[in-house]
Design a protein around this ligand. Structure first.
Ligand code: GCU
Length: 328
């Protein structure tokens, strides 16, 4: 019920017209943007900046309203609302978009990126243009793929080897690839949406989860899973999307402003993320979390070849994989 109410309010506000006509006041189109974590998250900060700048640069014609904390539903629900035009923008985990085009799974493959910088360079080089365009038939435009940290396992005890992970139920995003990778590492993958993770660990439904330091700290997961081990198994991006009609409703002039601001937003999100990964780690340590990196993470990665080959099951996917690998 609560969610339904939220959705109908969102629907009513979308494209709301501010002002009472007479031609004197400009009308403001409000775009609702769904975000599943806190407003302090680097992406939320960068997107808030985007909203402010877009409002100024269009003289108040457009306003982007960032709704954090799954207010507009979890990522899957937000994605449905976006495709139905109830909301206009969303930042989504890559697995959510992978559900409409399996080629997105390539972006999540373990061992694909040499560094965060390599990932960011590949994403902004044009290599992904065709992949992005492919989603128009699903009623949305993919605007960008965004760095979302390096993912590591956390729980109540250190995880330095597949033997340590044996029997541990580890939450993953809803993705077959993630399930396969965690199982290949020795654990038992349990798909679940982000908003349920804290309670599931607290209640013992899960033994742990895997994520970057920012999410680990922002969502206070260190309280229930205080040991964070640097398994470094994934660098899964987030995907910024916009409803097709919303994007196409922009005039050529507004579209140019939007596209330019998006480039700056992505750069901003990236630099804030790198900084915040460090400060989140320190802040979690101050709260009692332990970070473990006295082991060789390649004890996990040697089991990944089978999963990578299983995913690269078409020439298009293999080409995308090779193009990203080769990006400077
Ligand atoms: C990361 C990512 C989110 C995703 C989350 C998750 O934090 O940035 O988009 O929702 O992982 O594991 O669910």
């Amino acid at each position: 019920m609560r969610k339904l109410a939220v959705f109908s309010v969102a629907a009513a506000l979308a494209f709301a017209i501010v002002g009472c006509g007479g031609g004197s006041k400009p009308k403001t189109t409000v775009w609702k943007l769904a975000f599943n974590q806190t407003i302090d998250h680097p992406q939320a900060q960068a997107l808030t900046w985007l909203g402010e700048e877009f409002y100024k640069a269009t003289n108040g014609a457009y306003k982007i309203e960032v709704n954090p904390n799954e207010l507009l539903g979890n990522q899957k629900e937000a994605f449905e609302s976006l495709q139905n035009g109830v909301i206009q923008m969303a930042m989504l985990g890559n697995p959510i978009v992978e559900a409409v085009n399996p080629d997105f799974a390539v972006l999540a493959l373990p061992g694909l990126y040499r560094s965060a910088e390599h990932q960011q360079a590949a994403y902004t080089s044009g290599i992904l243009d065709d992949l992005f365009k492919s989603t128009v038939k699903n009623n949305f435009y993919t605007i960008a793929a965004v760095h979302a940290g390096v993912r590591n396992i956390y729980g109540k005890k250190p995880v330095r080897s597949p033997a340590d992970l044996k029997g541990m139920k580890i939450r993953v995003q809803q993705s077959q690839l993630m399930i396969d990778v965690i199982n290949a590492m020795g654990g038992i993958a349990v798909p679940m949406s982000q908003g349920e993770v804290y309670t599931a660990i607290q209640q013992g439904v899960l033994d742990g989860a895997e994520n970057n330091e920012v999410t680990y700290f922002d969502l206070k997961q260190y309280e229930v899973a205080p040991v964070y081990s640097y398994t470094k198994h994934f660098m899964i991006p987030d995907i910024l999307v916009i409803n097709k009609d919303a994007y196409e409703s922009l005039s050529p002039e507004h579209k140019a402003i939007f596209d330019k601001l998006i480039k700056e937003t992505i750069a901003k999100a990236f630099s804030i993320f790198l900084e915040k990964a460090n400060t989140s780690k320190k802040a979690a340590e101050e709260k009692g979390a332990k970070f473990i990196d006295d082991f060789d993470a390649s004890v996990f990665t040697k089991n990944f070849a089978g999963v990578v080959n299983k995913t690269l099951n078409t020439p298009e996917k293999r080409k995308l994989y090779n193009d990203i690998k080769a990006a400077k």
